[in-house]
Design a protein around this ligand. Structure first.
Ligand SMILES: *Cc1c(COP(=O)(O)O)cnc(C)c1O
Length: 390
C-alpha cells in the first residue's frame, strides 16, 4: 500500500484559493435577504453569456433543468423526436423523454466520443422521409424536431456538419455544454454560442461548479431568451398571469455569487487542466504505454477543457480496482449507454444498435485531472498504470 493519495477531484484546494474573495460577497447576499433571481444572477447571466460568445444568458436551477427548459422553449413535445448521443450523462436523454418527445440515440465517433455527423447523416438518409423541410422518422412516425449534441469531457462535438444538416432539415440545435464551458470549436466559437440554445451545468464537479445545483441557458436570439425567462417562473408574465405552463427553474443568489467569483478564476483553472493533460501525455509516452492505453484525442484546432481526462484501457475494470488500491480515484463515464437503459426499453433500443458507444462504455476510465494536482501525483498515476500492465 502506498501513502500517496490521488483523488479524482478535490474541491477543497480550489476553495482555499478564492475563499477570502468570496466570503464578504456571500455576507452581502445574506444581509440583503434577497435569495432568488437578484443582482448576482443578472451579473452571472451577462458574464457567462459574454464568456461563451452568446448574446443572452438565462440562469437556471441545474444543467438538467437547462436542457428541459431549452426543449420546452422550442416547443418540443409528444409526437416529436430529438436526436442525441447515447454516450452521455443520463440527463441528456431524460430531459428529452420528460417533454413527451422521443429520444433517438445515434452512435458516436470512437476518437472523440462525441455524436458522429456521419451517423447523423446516415440516419436522415436511411431512416427518415423528408418533405418541405419536415423530417419524419419512419419507424416511429415522429417528427424529428431537434438535435442535441453533447460536448463530452470538455471537447466540442463536430458542429459544422451537424449545423448544416440541422439547417437543411429545419431542426433546432441544443448544445449540451454541461461539461464544456470555455471549450472552443475550429473557428474559436465557444460551447453554447453555435446552436439555438446552449445548456450549462454548474454542478460542483463541472469546471465551473457552484456550492450546490445550478445551470444556465445561452441563446443568440432575444425572443428565445425572453421565452426561457418566462418559462423559468412557471410561464407567468406578468406575474400570476399564465399564457404558458413553465416550471420552477430558478437559480438562487448564493449560487450565482459563488459562480461570479469562481468565473474570474476559470481561465487559470482550465489552463491548469490543459497543462495536466499535456503532462500526462508526456508521462504516458515516457512509460511506453501509448500502445497499451488510448489517450484522449484532442482534435487539432479545438480547445479541449478537460472536464475529464478519459483513457481507453484494456482490462478496464481490473485496472480501476488496482488503481483504487493504490489510492487513486477514477470513474467510469458512463457504464451504460442511454439506448440500453432500462427506462428506455419502450423505445426498443438493444445492444448492437450503437456499437461504438457500447465499446466506449466498456473500455473508458477517467483519471484525476483537476488543476491543483501536483506533478508527483500525475507521475504516480502513470507509474501505477505502468505497474498494472507490467
Ligand atoms: C452534468 C451534466 C448534465 C446535468 O447537469 P446537472 O447540473 O447535474 O443537472 C447534463 N448533461 C451532461 C453531459 C452532464 O455532464
Amino acid at each position: 500500500m502506498s501513502t500517496m493519495k490521488v483523488p479524482l477531484l478535490d474541491l477543497r484546494l480550489q476553495y482555499a484559493a478564492f475563499k477570502a474573495e468570496l466570503l464578504p460577497i456571500l455576507e452581502r447576499v445574506y444581509e440583503s435577504q434577497a435569495f432568488i433571481l437578484g443582482p448576482e444572477v443578472t451579473a452571472l447571466e451577462s458574464a457567462v453569456a459574454a464568456y461563451s460568445g452568446a448574446a443572452h444568458g438565462v440562469g437556471v436551477s441545474s444543467g438538467t433543468d437547462a436542457l428541459l427548459l431549452a426543449l420546452m422553449a422550442l416547443g418540443i413535445g409528444p409526437g416529436d423526436a430529438v436526436l442525441t448521443s447515447p454516450y452521455t450523462f443520463f440527463a441528456t436523454g431524460g430531459a428529452i423523454a420528460r417533454t413527451g418527445a422521443r429520444p433517438i440515440c445515434l452512435d458516436i465517433e470512437p476518437s472523440t466520443y462525441n455524436l458522429s455527423p456521419v451517423a447523423l447523416q446516415r440516419f436522415v438518409d436511411e431512416e427518415c422521409t423528408s418533405a418541405d423541410s419536415v423530417l419524419v422518422h419512419r419507424a416511429s412516425g415522429t417528427r424529428v424536431r431537434a438535435l442535441m449534441p453533447v460536448h463530452l469531457y470538455g471537447q466540442m462535438a463536430d458542429m459544422a456538419p451537424m449545423m448544416a444538416l440541422a439547417r437543411r432539415h429545419g431542426l433546432k440545435v441544443i448544445e449540451d455544454a454541461a461539461q464544456a464551458i470555455g471549450s472552443e470549436y475550429l473557428d474559436g466559437a465557444r460551447a453554447g454560442s453555435i446552436g439555438d440554445i446552449g445548456c450549462f451545468s454548474f454542478f460542483p464537479t463541472k469546471n465551473l461548479g457552484a456550492f450546490g445545483d445550478a445551470g444556465l441557458c445561452t441563446a443568440q436570439d432575444a425572443e428565445l431568451a425572453e421565452l426561457m425567462r418566462v418559462l423559468r417562473v412557471h410561464g407567468g408574465k406578468p406575474k400570476y398571469y399564465h399564457a404558458l405552463i413553465g416550471g420552477n427553474f430558478r437559480i438562487d443568489e448564493v449560487q450565482a455569487a459563488v459562480l461570479n467569483v469562481k468565473l474570474r478564476h476559470l481561465e487559470a483553472w482550465t489552463e491548469g487542466r490543459r497543462r495536466n493533460a499535456a503532462a500526462y501525455r508526456e508521462l504516458f509516452a515516457a512509460a511506453g504505454l501509448t500502445g497499451t492505453v488510448t489517450l484522449p484525442y484532442a482534435q487539432p484546432g479545438l480547445r479541449h477543457i478537460y472536464n475529464q481526462f478519459v483513457i481507453r484501457a484494456p482490462e478496464r475494470d481490473r485496472l480501476k480496482a488496482f488503481l483504487g488500491d493504490e489510492g487513486i480515484g477514477t470513474e467510469i463515464y458512463y457504464p451504460v449507454p442511454l439506448h440500453v437503459q432500462g427506462c428506455f426499453a419502450y423505445l426498443g433500443g438493444k445492444t448492437g444498435d450503437c456499437p461504438e458507444s457500447e465499446r466506449a462504455a466498456a473500455q473508458t476510465l477517467a483519471l484525476p485531472i483537476f488543476p491543483e494536482l501536483k506533478a508527483e501525483q500525475l507521475a504516480y498515476v502513470v507509474d501505477a498504470i505502468r505497474r498494472f500492465y507490467g
